[in-house]
Design a protein around this ligand. Structure first.
Ligand SMILES: O=C(O)CCC(=O)C(=O)O
Ligand SMILES: [Fe+2]
Length: 203
């Protein structure tokens, strides 16, 4: 992986590189079992991307609408948790991290954005194709300044509250991103825990 400068530790923590056979196996599974579930992305920042949520689909709140519910996602979150557990180094501070939701997507660049209120800051990225993956090294910065040329197989944690973007994505680039749900002051203000409890009570 070539990149610009030193990895900013407050924005990105690299965990592992999957070998080519494993990447091929995961992509074969995605193409066969997951592609039929894909829908066009509704996010403004990800036009052209196809995506499906695993586990629980979180509400993508906007500044004017934060009353939408959590919804049931595809029951495959265990596969993502398994890939993470197999590759997170025993010495990593993320060793005991477990995803609560995952977004599986293919195709399309992703414009610079911070993740919505539902998302806890530290998020998992499993990159499965060619792209330039960029993130701001500082929380307040409006634009990414750190760029990674990814080829497929990279497993990393990143701070999703730092502005990040994907450019030069190959049409057949899959990505798996996973999050835990936020519970801090902003999430409380937007009733994320309450909406999650409502969803769990309704199942
Ligand atoms: O495709 C990626 O690796 C990043 C996706 C992303 O930032 C998002 O879905 O919020
Ligand atoms: Fe994001």
């Amino acid at each position: 992986m070539t990149q610009s400068g030193k990895t900013p530790a407050q924005a990105v923590v690299k965990l592992a590189m999957l070998d080519a056979d494993e990447v091929d196996d995961i992509i074969a599974w995605l193409e066969k079992d997951i592609r039929p579930h894909l829908k066009p992305d509704v996010s403004r920042y990800a036009r052209g991307r196809q995506r499906v949520w695993f586990g629980v689909e979180p509400p993508l709140d906007t500044e004017t609408n934060y009353s939408q519910p959590f919804r049931t996602g595809l029951a495959r979150l265990d596969v993502v948790a398994g890939i993470f557990q197999q590759h997170v180094p025993a010495s990593s501070r993320f060793k005991d991290w477990q995803p609560e939701t995952a977004l599986v997507s293919v195709g399309g660049n992703i414009a610079a954005h911070r993740d919505a209120t539902y998302a806890d800051a530290w998020s998992l990225g499993i990159n499965l194709g060619r792209c330039v993956w960029s993130i701001a090294s500082e929380r307040q910065a409006a634009r990414p300044d750190f760029h990674m040329n990814l080829t497929g197989g990279e497993v990393f944690m990143f701070n999703a509250k730092h502005v990040h973007a994907v450019t030069q994505a190959a049409d057949d680039r899959w990505a798996i991103n996973a999050w835990r749900f936020a519970s801090g002051p902003t999430a409380q203000e937007r009733n994320i825990p309450g909406r999650l409890a409502e969803f769990r009570a309704g199942r």
